[in-house]
Design a binder for this molecule. Structure first.
Ligand code: FE2
Ligand code: FE2
Length: 156
């Protein structure tokens, strides 16, 4: 059932359209900043993530045609770094740390969105599909958190 404070979707089509938009935004964010960032390692990760967000979008479009996903059995580790690192704002002078913080928070939001959609879904198939997508975003967050842990936290 939909919670009162949740976005009120009328049907699956609307849910999927909403998720597609989110993936487009995620792709645009990584694509834009992979161009602007100077750090080579981060540039590369952002390029790869841009590609993966695009794949998520394509996948969601296929879900509209009846495809589904199965979540993996293994739980994705959560370093919970984004929980105590404040969110950053995208700006022209965004540094390595800001870019990572911002991306981690975006991935956390994407994870929360898909987890919420899984909980709202009535069919087992859609539950699994959204759970699998939540896992994808959790993996993205973990990847960024590991970088943050290694490059920022361990340096100080
Ligand atoms: Fe995604
Ligand atoms: Fe992601």
């Amino acid at each position: 059932m939909f919670k009162k404070n949740a976005v009120d979707f009328r049907n699956l089509e609307e849910v999927l359209n909403f998720a597609v938009k989110g993936e487009e935004e995620a792709h645009a964010f990584y694509a834009e900043w992979s161009q602007k960032l100077s750090d080579k390692a981060l540039k590369k990760v952002f390029e790869e993530l841009a590609g993966e967000e695009m794949k998520h979008k394509e996948f969601l479009l296929n879900v509209k045609k009846g495809e589904s996903l199965k979540p993996s059995e293994t739980e994705i580790m959560d370093l919970k770094i984004s929980e105590y690192i404040s969110d950053a704002r995208a700006s022209a002078d965004m540094d390595y740390q800001d870019a990572l913080s911002l991306a981690m928070h975006k991935e956390k939001e994407a994870y929360k969105l898909y987890t919420g959609l899984a909980a709202m879904s009535k069919s087992e198939e859609m539950k699994n599909t959204f759970k699998a997508l939540a896992q994808e975003e959790a993996k993205h967050k973990l990847r960024l958190e590991i970088m943050y842990d290694e490059e920022i936290l361990k340096e100080n």
